[in-house]
Design a protein around this ligand. Structure first.
Ligand SMILES: NC(=O)c1ccc[n+]([C@@H]2O[C@H](COP(=O)([O-])OP(=O)(O)OC[C@H]3O[C@@H](n4cnc5c(N)ncnc54)[C@H](OP(=O)(O)O)[C@@H]3O)[C@@H](O)[C@H]2O)c1
Length: 229
């Protein structure tokens, strides 16, 4: 059966996205480390929501995830790369692990997951990276976010590169570069800042884009922001 894969789905934007897709009648596979909120949601949608507990940093185990998708006979038509790691830390205080972990989650995991998915599935897939305005060249930058913003810039570049390399296929690759959205991650990045939009509000657009955007865009990094940050 065809459906949507949401990577990073237990809270914030990802959780609201899963709820939105389920309300629209989609089948969803949700991948995250914490299962509490997702398991509760599954009680409401036992036939259309499948939860997989997985830590994205363990990319050598992606095959396990894919075998789980086989087990439930699931073929992704849209894949959202939503999970991300952000540590707000001054440049000079960051140690190797801070930087490595940021890139491990925000870039390398998606690099290798995409390889796995492209080798396995030949059906059309719309890959949607949930990126950040911080990763857009020329956008305003902020102290403490150098590793995070650079990792999102790398992710954006990967999306553009994949769209070029697979332009003759039915795969489509786009990124939504979000501005501030009220979530736990925003509080880490900008403590006490209140954004003009919350996860519920933006999920609507992200859901629509994942299901329809491939008809209009490929290889695009689209700013989705009405504020700075
Ligand atoms: N909020 C903003 O202002 C803002 C602005 C620009 C861009 N964005 C982007 O929007 C996306 C969603 O952000 P958010 O604010 O909703 O973040 P969030 O509240 O921190 O949620 C992040 C989600 O990713 C999952 N996740 C994190 N690390 C993971 C790992 N190692 N393995 C599996 N899942 C993992 C978390 O689930 P578990 O902890 O259960 O694993 C959680 O469901 C991110 O890509 C972020 O960079 C957000």
């Amino acid at each position: 059966m065809k459906g949507i894969l949401v990577v990073g789905a237990s809270r914030g934007v990802g959780f609201e996205l899963v709820k939105n897709l389920l309300k629209s009648g989609e089948k969803v596979v949700a991948l995250s480390r914490n299962m509490q909120s997702l398991n509760k949601l599954r009680e409401k949608y036992p036939d259309r929501l499948y939860n997989i507990s997985f830590d994205l940093s363990e990319f050598e185990k992606f095959e396990l995830v894919l075998s789980e998708l086989d087990r439930i006979d699931f073929i992704p038509s849209t894949v959202y790369y939503n999970a991300a790691y952000l540590k707000n830390k001054n440049f000079l205080e960051q140690d190797k692990e801070d930087v490595y972990h940021t890139f491990r989650i925000n870039y390398f995991s998606y690099f290798f997951l995409t390889q796995f998915l492209l080798k396995k599935y030949t059906n059309p897939i719309h890959f949607v990276a949930i990126s950040s305005m911080g990763g857009v060249q020329g956008s305003m930058k902020f102290g403490g976010l150098s590793a995070y913003s650079a990792s999102k810039a790398a992710l954006n570049n990967m999306i553009e590169s994949l769209a070029a390399e697979f332009s003759s296929t039915k795969y489509r690759f786009n990124a939504l570069a979000l501005g501030a959205v009220n979530t736990e991650m925003l509080q880490e990045a900008f403590p006490n800042y209140k954004a003009p939009i919350d996860a519920l509000g933006i999920a609507d657009f992200i859901a629509w884009f994942g299901l329809n955007g491939h008809r209009y865009f490929n290889g695009k990094i689209l700013p989705v922001s009405s504020s700075t940050p």
